[in-house]
Design a protein around this ligand. Structure first.
Ligand code: IFM
Length: 479
């Protein structure tokens, strides 16, 4: 992989004043303290304990122990000079059974966390749902059940009432595609159900939950609060025969199934046609689309890689490549003929291709589709097999190079008119990478999972320099 800077067009690129540089995490991936202070079980507690679902049987019981070490972690963020911290709130800490009684200790934890940010001059960006659905709600039907959306709106109102005076940016959902299609389609994420129709019902109820939560928040949080949702967009490109049609199908079921109702007030007609053999979408009730289309201020964008697709000719085995969260099959209802083609390297430790040009392409495409819509990168980063050097440091040249190339791509998008407000690197800390357990390290800060000691990696020092100067620093040379 190229790591030097001589072949780059990006030396000295300057990011605008007010650009919000930060880093992101999620509750189940870092908090630990799974049974403390009244937290109820979530679907990930159950899934992680189900044999064979998570590598090495890893659970989030301890994770990074951030629940007890949050002051230290906030100090790290402050010392790096980051403007913002994107974190998520664990629903089962707030409502242990997902409905009814509120657990004051849970609210108190997040109040302490947010106050700790404000004291250190860090802007909080709160996500209400990063996949830890209270288990009792799953037992009652989970996201395929309409009631879950209503319960989510109740939960949003509770958090908004408690923390609305100190959190300025509210993100409803993180990556509802994963919740719907990995959770209920392919079953590689919690709760591990495998049903095409259930996954489509889940997608709709997640959309509904998003809109209803914003309505609930508007009633109780500060008048100038900003609302957002975070989507992980598929950037599919034609890779062979029928490629254009394959791209259309993936775009419908991965991207427009969310952006359609959220930003345009309607599901795409071609999505209905593609999925007609699975469902007539009768679960979309009168008034739902208006409820979902509640305006947002910022569209959160998570980007990791691209995909190359074509239509399968029906002969032999379908090919496949390990794409973002896709290694265990293709959970795309209605797009059964789409083949994901192997992609050339370089790749990250997840097996995902490194493609900053896809990042630029995505940002420009969103800008064209939704003119005037402000965007925020809510996740971008990379897992690599880090090595602790003899000097005790982590010279993670590949991660720095990855970040540098992606920041440069984001900058190119800004120069072409994209209203990009900030960039949250995934992730602040090495953490629990879902079905991969602790085997994949995305952090710019290393966590020793035995001692829980934190060590700032070279990529974090590089990022700190960018944040402090707003000028893209050269990447360190390899070796
Ligand atoms: O770790 C995840 C995160 O929880 C959601 N977005 C993708 C990351 C890397 O897989």
């Amino acid at each position: 992989m190229t790591t030097g800077s001589a072949d780059y067009r990006d030396s000295g690129l300057t990011f605008p004043d007010g650009f919000l540089f930060g880093s992101a995490t999620a509750s189940y991936q870092i908090e630990g303290a799974a049974a403390e202070d009244g937290r109820g079980p979530s679907i990930w507690d159950t899934f992680a304990r189900t044999p064979g679902k998570v590598l090495n049987g890893d659970t989030g019981d301890v994770a990074d122990d951030h629940y007890h070490r949050y002051e230290q972690d906030l100090d790290l963020i402050r010392d790096l000079g980051l403007d913002a911290y994107r974190f998520s709130i664990a629903w089962p800490r707030i409502q242990p059974t997902g409905s009814g009684a509120v657990n004051q200790a849970g609210l108190d934890f997040y109040r302490r966390l947010v106050d700790g940010m404000l004291e250190r001059g860090i802007t909080p960006i709160a996500t209400l749902y990063h996949w830890d659905l209270p288990q009792p709600l799953e037992d009652a039907g989970g996201w395929p059940a309409r009631d879950t959306a209503d319960r989510f709106a109740d939960y949003a109102r509770i958090v908004g009432e408690a923390l609305g005076d100190r959190i300025g940016t509210w993100t409803t959902l993180n990556e509802p595609w994963c919740s719907a299609f990995l959770g209920y389609g392919s079953g590689v994420h919690a709760p591990g159900r495998v049903s095409e129709i259930e996954s489509l019902r889940a997608a709709h109820h997640l959309n509904l939950a998003h809109g209803q939560a914003i309505t609930a928040l508007r009633g109780v949080v500060a008048a100038d609060a900003q609302y957002s949702v975070t989507l992980n967009f598929a950037v599919a490109r034609p890779g062979g025969p029928g490629g254009k049609e394959a791209v259309r199908q993936i775009d419908a079921i991965a991207n427009r199934v969310f952006t359609g109702p959220m930003l345009k007030g309607a599901y795409p007609e071609d999505l209905f046609a593609d999925t007609a053999a699975i469902t007539d979408w009768a679960f979309v009730e009168d008034g739902d689309l208006a409820a979902i289309a509640e305006p947002i201020d910022i569209l959160g964008v998570n980007y990791y890689n691209t995909a190359s697709v074509q239509l399968w000719d029906g002969v032999g085995e379908k090919r496949g490549d390990a794409n973002h969260n896709l290694s265990a099959g293709t959970p795309y209802p209605g797009a059964d003929r789409v083949e994901f083609l192997p992609l050339p390297g370089p790749k990250t430790a997840m097996g995902w291709n490194i493609a900053p040009d896809g990042f630029e392409e995505l940002l420009l495409s969103l800008h064209r589709q939704f003119p005037g819509q402000a965007l925020m990168i809510t996740e971008n980063g990379a897992a690599f097999d880090d090595v602790v050097a003899e000097d005790g440091r982590i010279h993670d040249v590949e991660r720095t190079d990855f970040l540098r190339r992606h920041f440069a791509a984001a900058h190119r998008a800004i120069e072409q008119g994209v209203d990009l407000r900030g960039y949250q690197v995934w992730s602040l800390l090495d953490n629990y990478e879902w079905a991969y357990g602790y085997s994949k390290r995305f952090g710019i800060v290393r966590v020793d999972f035995d001692t829980l000691e934190r060590t700032t990696k070279d990529s974090a020092l590089w990022y700190s320099q960018l944040v402090k100067t707003h000028i893209l620093p050269d990447a360190p040379a390899a070796g």
